[in-house]
Design a protein around this ligand. Structure first.
Ligand code: AP5
Ligand code: MG
Length: 214
């Protein structure tokens, strides 16, 4: 099954993708995670991406599209995928259409997780991400048993560089200006499933599976 998750920063794309991969047997492809790994490695691409991420802006389309194309060369994507955080611009969406059509494939569902902006700042300033496995805890909504330590792998929890309030506001503006128009783009194909993301993680998860018929 080929799925895109769309939603503003903090909507729960990563949280839900991690709850879907086992049941669907497909990989999560998060461009944000891929850029954070490149930043950690200190690669030239990571250095370039960090300039944009720290401002809450989008990494240029040619860089992102190149990274995604390379990821699609790995065999695990043959079974399907959950794209988390890609595409984010019309140009990326068109590049994905072309990539899938060249592979003789197509999208099945575009799941839009809807959460109003006033919920999102608290979700992001309270998020604690694991350096080891990437799991996202939340100080209030999903607290770790031991402060600063991931329940899943005992890795260290940290606050992402872009989870500061000023950067969060910039990321939200970027989402509304550049990414939310994609909902209309995909609506024409009848594959958009809108989910109320303000509910608990479990309720959102159930609603997503229901909307994609699983
Ligand atoms: P990216 O990593 O994709 O960040 P984002 O889109 O801003 O989204 P987040 O990861 O912050 O939020 P999420 O929706 O995954 O929420 P989560 O599940 O963690 O991108 C980062 C940057 O990389 C971009 O700004 C850009 O610079 C660059 N980039 C990436 N992709 C790009 C692209 N395609 N083009 C150009 N640039 C790109 O949940 C958040 C918190 O809330 C967690 O703590 C979680 O525990 C909690 N939570 C989740 N669900 C619930 C719930 N239902 N109730 C209560 N709490 C909840
Ligand atoms: Mg995420």
């Amino acid at each position: 099954m080929n799925i895109i998750l769309i939603g503003p920063p903090g909507a729960g794309k990563g949280t839900q993708a991690k709850r879907m991969i086992d049941r669907l047997g497909v990989p999560q492809i998060s461009t944000g995670d891929m850029f954070r790994a490149a930043v950690k490695e200190g690669s030239p691409m990571g250095k370039k991406a960090k300039e944009y991420m720290d401002k809450g802006a989008l990494v240029p389309d040619d860089v992102v599209i190149g990274v995604v194309k390379e990821r699609f060369e790995k065999p695990d994507t043959k079974k399907g995928f959950i794209l988390d955080g890609f595409p984010r611009t019309l140009e990326q969406a068109q590049a994905l259409d072309k990539l899938l059509s060249d592979l003789g494939s197509r999208l099945d569902h575009v799941v839009v997780i809807e959460v109003p902006d006033d919920h999102l700042v608290g979700r992001l300033t309270g998020r604690r991400t694991c350096r080891g496995c990437g799991y996202m805890h939340h100080v209030e909504f999903d607290p770790p048993k031991k402060e600063g330590v991931c329940d899943k792998c005992s890795g260290e929890l940290y606050l992402r560089d872009d989870d500061k309030e000023a950067t969060i506001r910039d990321r939200l503006s970027t989402y509304h200006a550049q990414t939310s128009p994609l909902i209309d783009y995909y609506s024409k194909s009848g594959i958009v499933r809108k989910i109320d993301g303000t509910r608990s993680m479990e309720e959102v998860n159930k609603a997503i599976f229901q909307s994609i018929g699983v």
